[in-house]
Design a protein around this ligand. Sequence first.
Ligand SMILES: NC(=O)c1ccc[n+]([C@@H]2O[C@H](COP(=O)([O-])OP(=O)(O)OC[C@H]3O[C@@H](n4cnc5c(N)ncnc54)[C@H](O)[C@@H]3O)[C@@H](O)[C@H]2O)c1
Length: 417
Amino acid sequence: MKKLRIGIFGFCRGAYYVDHLLTNNTSVVAVCDKRKDRLEQARKKLGDTTQYYEDFESFINHPLDAVVIANYFHEHTEYAIRCLEKNIHVLCECISNATMAEGVRLVEAAEKSKAIYMLAENYPYMLFNQEMKRIYEGGSLGKCFYAEGEYNHNGDPYCSTPDAWNNIKVLFDGEKHWRCHLPRTYYVTHSLAPIMYATGATPIRVTAMPVYFPLPKDCSRASYVGEKAAIITTLNNDNSVFKFTGCSTFGASDNSYRLCCEKGQIENIRGTGGKIMLRYDPWQIPDGREENNFYMPKWNDPDAKLIKNTGHGGGDFCVVREFISCVRENRKPDFDVYFATKMSSVAILGHRSLLEFGMPYDLPNFKNKEDRDKYRNDTLSPFYYSDGREPTIAPCSDPDYKPSDRQIENFNKVLKG
Ligand SMILES: NC(=O)c1ccc[n+]([C@@H]2O[C@H](COP(=O)([O-])OP(=O)(O)OC[C@H]3O[C@@H](n4cnc5c(N)ncnc54)[C@H](O)[C@@H]3O)[C@@H](O)[C@H]2O)c1
């Protein structure tokens, strides 16, 4: 079988794709990053047969079958569109679009293109999330009425713990970096995608509340966001309701999901490394189960050995494998452009709701032209634009909130130290 020729755009998160791409019988033929140190890292890993580029235009002219887009969080869309226009398949990091207008343009580009667009959302492929989907689809729980998703990733605000999540030099490149301006609803895919994927429900209306507790004034983070979390709710197209956090920073990090259904509930238990709790009404217990079941799910997958040791609970490997097989089989991915832009709409309009302390917003259906036209010129963004323009909407529920001088000084000291 001919090896697909893959390019990686952005070699920070992008570096984590290399091994999975190689084990899935592809060649990484080109890497692009504007930072020379990251290109040097790539060269060390991939050698001299791969080509290295500092600018996207030269990179995209290299002969490529597919591109992994892993540049800045809020700048994926333009590059994804450029690939789709050239019929190059796209595996795009989260999120798909940071403005509503970009969402419209992305959908239209994907509809016109012969290439496949897939969002690289990895959390639904974690073992416990796959188990919840498997049990739900098995039917023993009946219809899901309500589901919860929590992506909770706390960081030491003083950066005194030497792990990756506290490594400011890896995570940021200055005060204008997207992570300093990231509203809590925007990093939504890891909490929302697993429950959308498991239940098949699609959000149609969103509200969000801020959990406003700013960081200590003397810490080493320069965040323009004072919230610890956004509590987001959606009404869905099947009358079910979701409640999820966006990205939260409560003490004791873990990710957790829960489906509440007609005959029982299933969830992963926080702090257990992925144990499942599956409970039924005493009068609706299926054969072979107890009323309360606690167990560690097992991979039932031909690639189990490979998957077990990969990042994000196996999710990173599964995303790449799914993308490559969609390309090879010319099959539509589950996390297609509509799934992806729906989640971005939740992120963007959820933030507007949060700024108005819970005002509900209807979510557009980008399959309809009327809905697209409504948002075609909506370019509001809480991030610095790629051409250097200032953000056009506040990132935080307190419009006057900004990091203290001390925080900025400490942040820059760690960044440059
Ligand atoms: N799914 C996951 O589990 C997961 C985990 C981490 C990051 N991510 C996502 O990966 C993306 C990147 O995040 P990150 O952690 O790598 O940090 P980052 O955004 O700081 O890194 C982006 C990289 O892209 C390069 N880059 C940016 N614009 C460029 C341009 N125009 N031309 C060339 N190079 C450019 C930067 O130099 C940098 O090396 C984000 O969307 C983030 O959400 C996803």
